[in-house]
Design a protein around this ligand. Structure first.
Ligand code: 13P
Ligand code: MG
Ligand code: MG
Length: 390
């Protein structure tokens, strides 16, 4: 049944929700049984009319659920459905003895939506009638493993604020720029977030001043200043702040609408050719380059090199999108970038624990490294400058 008639304005929501609920032989990938169970749940939700369409993928050890529906963002039923789906998948992880079964399900049962409970959430609600200025809905989903939400700061800033990477910004429908909603990820309110809104291009230096700190500040949403429509949503939860200790990396998911009033996909993916250095990797404690990979790639590179996937979709009038999609990084054009990422990774790894190869203490203080360091610090003593070892 058609979800809407062409020309009738209707609010549509895209929800991308991801979680790590267990993986094979370390933090690598979920089992086929886990993914199949999540797919069964999605199919049932389509049959029951909760969602119009859905797709289950994995990037490294994280399962991503992508859904289209008409219930709006932060909807109780959609979020509870996602939570229960992850629980079902984690039962299978438990059964197979998988590592980290239920890893990202950090509370016993969230009463409302799953934000702040462990899973990463990116949602965009928009009005769609297949007419100008948005005759076709084209969007993409990025999913990253072994890194924090700040991993998207540089590439998404370059795509939405720098004409060196996105010449489309000079076109009439984008020349007024985009509003960046930036979140202070160190703040943890019960129901609130700490947000600043800055406008590109006039605030570009200020945006950069915040986004250079990948651990503390992250892009939460981006809006077109010409049309008021939302272009980007990124999951920005820091799991160690929810759990109070290191339980795994945040592994953010991002929804990005593209074409027409927004940058084109080729402009959005081009900054990922940098394979820029991000925080995360082995034990979530190191700095390594972000490597673009095809969807459903296991995380099995040296020292858990961070990986990112990018799928592109078109939404039809029945809100279906899952039958066909393009896998942007599954293309020989990205082989050179993967090689570059490996070279950068080996170079950084060659200095082991020294300096920028490992994350600063503020990031490590939630991990086991804290105990080793705290113990040593407690053994320091104040000595006279003339002291010599007895
Ligand atoms: P994940 O966050 O992907 O589970 O990885 C955790 C880790 O510590 C890998 O070394
Ligand atoms: Mg894991
Ligand atoms: Mg992961």
């Amino acid at each position: 049944m058609s979800q809407f008639k062409k020309g009738t304005l209707m609010k549509i929501t895209l929800s991308a929700i991801k979680a790590d609920v267990g993986s094979i032989g370390g933090h690598t990938k979920p089992t086929t049984k886990m993914l199949n169970e999540a797919r069964n749940c999605i199919n049932k939700a389509i049959q029951e009319g909760l969602i119009a369409d859905g797709l289950v993928t994995h990037t490294g050890d994280d399962i991503a659920l992508l859904m289209s529906h008409t219930h709006g963002s932060d909807n109780h039923d959609i979020h509870q459905f996602a939570w229960k789906t992850f629980l079902r998948a984690s039962d299978f992880a438990q059964e197979c003895g998988c590592y980290g079964a239920g890893q990202d399900l950090l509370v016993s049962a969230p009463s409302g939506n799953v934000r702040g409970a462990g899973p990463g959430v990116a949602e965009i609600t928009f009005e769609y009638n297949q007419k100008e200025p948005r005759p076709a809905e084209s969007f993409m989903v990025f999913a990253a493993d072994k890194c924090d939400p700040g991993a998207y700061n540089l590439p998404i800033y370059l795509a939405f604020a720098d004409p060196m990477y996105c010449a489309g910004l000079m076109l009439p429908n984008m020349i007024r720029g985009f509003s960046f909603e930036i979140i202070d990820m160190s703040y943890r309110g019960e129901e609130q977030d700490k947000i600043i809104v800055l406008d590109a291009p006039e605030d570009n230096y200020k945006i950069a001043a915040l986004l250079r700190d990948n651990e503390r500040f992250g892009i939460k949403n981006i809006y077109s200043r010409t049309y008021g429509q939302q272009a980007v949503a990124i999951s920005t939860d820091r799991l160690h702040l929810i759990a109070g200790k290191y339980t795994g990396k945040d592994d953010p998911i991002a929804l990005v609408r593209n074409q027409g009033m927004f940058p084109a996909p080729e402009e959005i993916i081009s900054p990922f050719a940098k394979a820029h250095f991000v925080g995360g990797n082995a034990r979530g404690s190191h700095t390594m380059p972000l490597m673009p990979v095809p969807i459903n790639t296991a995380a099995s590179g040296i020292y858990c090199i961070p990986i990112v996937s990018a799928l592109g979709f078109s939404l039809n009038k029945e809100l279906k999108f899952s039958d066909f999609y393009v896998d942007f990084f599954d293309n020989p054009a990205w082989d050179l970038v993967r090689l570059k990422a490996q070279e950068k990774a080996l170079e950084m790894r060659s200095q082991g624990w020294s300096g920028p190869a490992m994350l600063p203490y503020s990031e490590l203080e939630y991990s086991g490294f804290k105990e080793t360091i705290t113990d040593l610090i407690s053994k320091f003593s104040i000595k006279d400058r003339s002291y010599t070892k007895p």
